[in-house]
Design a protein around this ligand. Structure first.
Ligand SMILES: Cc1cc2nc3c(=O)[nH]c(=O)nc-3n(C[C@H](O)[C@H](O)[C@H](O)COP(=O)(O)O)c2cc1C
Length: 351
C-alpha cells in the first residue's frame, strides 16, 4: 500500500520541508464553468504548473453520459491530466475512476463542494460530515486504479470541530498521493477569510504533500500563504478568473522567473517597458484572450457559452466594458465574437 503513495508518480513530488523562498508548484483550481480545456491550457501557458478539470458527476460518467465525458476531454500537452470527480455513491465513484484511469495521469476527488445540489446527495463537502464513508470511498477507489489518487477538501463542515487533519491522516493511511485543503468550512461557503493557520496544521500533521487553497490572488498573498502554511504548492481559483496571467505574475513577484520571460511581455517586447501599468495589464489580457481562442481552435473548437463567460471576466473593470455585451450579442459567428473581443482589448490597451 505504501508503494502506492506518491512514489508511483513522476507528477507528484514528495512533501518538501519548510518554505525557504524556492519555487513551489502553482495549481489552477478546478472550477465548474471556468476550467474548460482551452482555459486550462491557457493557465499553463501563463505559468500554472498543474491544472485540474472541473468536477464531474461520477454516476453520470459511470453511465457513460456524453455531456459529462465531454468535460473530461484533455489534450496531449495537458500533462499531467487530472480529471476531478464527485459523487455520493462509492461504487459509482470507483467505476468512474477506473474508466478515467485509462487516460488520466492522476484522479482527483472532490470533498469540498458546498453546492446544495451536490451536498444533498451526500457528496462534495457533505462527505466530511461522514469521515468513515469518505475514507472508505477513497480506499475503494485506490484499490481499483493503478494511478495516483488525490483529494481536495475544506477544513470541515463547520458543524462541530474541524476534521480535515483527522481525515487527511486516514487518507494518508489508505494511500492518497496528495491532498489539497481550502481553508474554509462547508458552512462558510465562500464567506470570511481562508484560514491558512488551520491548513498549516494539516501540512504539519501528515507526510503526504498538501496544497494550500483559498484567497491567493497575487504575489504578496502567495508569499504570505507559503510562509504561514509551508504547503507543497498553492492552488488559485477566483484570482485566475479573467486573469490567468496571475500565475506568471506570482512567479515574477516571488523571483521564480524573470518578467521579460512572461509570454505577453515577449509578445510586446518593443513597447512593454514604455507602457503604463494599466496599459500593460490590458496588453496581458489581450494576449491571454487571443491565446484562449488559439487553444480553443486546437482542441474543443470555439464554444460560445465558454467564450461569453470568459469574455465578461477578461474585460471586467476595463473602461467601456459595457460595449462587450454589444460585441457578444451582435457578432454573427463565434469567430467574429472572438475577433471583436480581441479588438476591444487592443483598443483599450492603446495609450
Ligand atoms: C465558479 C467556481 C467553480 C468551482 N468549481 C469547483 C469544482 O468544480 N471543484 C472543486 O473542487 N472546487 C470548485 N470550486 C472551488 C475552488 O476550486 C476553490 O477551492 C475556491 O474557489 C477557493 O479558492 P480561491 O480563493 O483561490 O478562489 C469552484 C469555485 C468557483 C469560484
Amino acid at each position: 500500500m505504501l508503494e502506492r503513495s506518491g512514489t508511483m508518480s513522476n507528477h507528484i513530488a514528495p512533501k518538501p520541508g519548510a518554505w525557504d523562498g524556492e519555487a513551489r508548484p502553482l495549481f489552477l483550481a478546478p472550477m465548474a464553468g471556468v476550467s474548460d480545456l482551452p482555459f486550462r491550457l491557457l493557465a499553463k501557458a501563463c505559468g500554472a504548473d498543474v491544472t485540474i478539470t472541473e468536477f464531474t458527476n461520477s454516476t453520470a460518467l459511470s453511465r457513460e453520459a456524453a455531456v459529462s465525458w465531454r468535460k473530461m476531454e484533455s489534450h496531449e500537452t495537458e500533462v499531467p491530466f487530472i480529471p476531478q470527480i464527485f459523487g455520493g455513491d462509492a461504487g459509482d465513484m470507483a467505476t468512474a475512476a477506473e474508466m478515467l484511469a485509462e487516460t488520466a495521469d492522476i484522479i482527483d476527488l472532490n470533498f469540498g463542494c458546498p453546492a446544495p445540489k451536490v451536498t444533498k446527495i451526500c457528496a462534495g463537502a457533505a462527505l466530511m460530515g461522514e469521515p468513515d464513508n469518505l475514507v472508505s470511498m477513497v480506499d475503494g477507489i485506490i484499490q481499483r486504479v493503478d494511478i495516483p489518487v488525490t483529494a481536495k477538501m475544506r477544513l470541515g463542515t463547520g458543524q462541530g470541530a474541524n476534521n480535515a487533519l483527522e481525515i487527511c491522516k486516514s487518507l494518508e493511511d489508505v494511500g492518497t498521493s496528495r491532498l489539497c485543503v481550502h481553508g474554509r468550512t462547508l458552512r462558510q461557503r465562500y464567506s470570511g477569510e481562508a484560514d491558512w493557520t488551520s491548513i498549516k496544521a494539516v501540512v504539519d500533521g501528515v507526510e503526504t504533500p498538501v496544497i494550500a487553497n483559498g484567497d491567493v490572488v497575487d504575489a504578496a498573498s502567495a508569499k504570505d500563504c507559503l510562509e504561514v502554511t509551508g504547503a507543497a504548492g498553492l492552488m488559485i481559483g477566483r484570482g485566475a478568473i479573467g486573469r490567468p496571467s496571475v500565475f506568471g505574475e506570482i512567479k515574477v513577484g516571488l523571483g521564480w522567473m524573470k518578467q521579460e520571460d512572461l509570454p505577453w511581455v515577449q509578445a510586446n517586447s518593443e513597447t512593454w517597458f514604455e507602457r503604463s501599468p494599466v496599459s500593460q495589464s490590458f496588453a496581458a489580457r489581450r494576449w491571454c484572450w487571443d491565446k484562449y481562442i488559439e487553444f480553443s481552435h486546437q482542441t474543443s473548437g470555439l464554444q460560445p457559452r465558454w467564450m461569453q463567460r470568459h469574455a465578461v471576466a477578461f474585460t471586467k473593470g476595463l473602461p467601456g466594458a459595457k460595449k462587450i455585451r454589444a460585441v457578444m450579442h451582435g457578432a454573427p459567428t463565434p469567430q467574429a465574437f472572438a475577433d471583436g473581443i480581441s479588438s476591444f482589448l487592443a483598443g483599450t490597451n492603446a495609450e
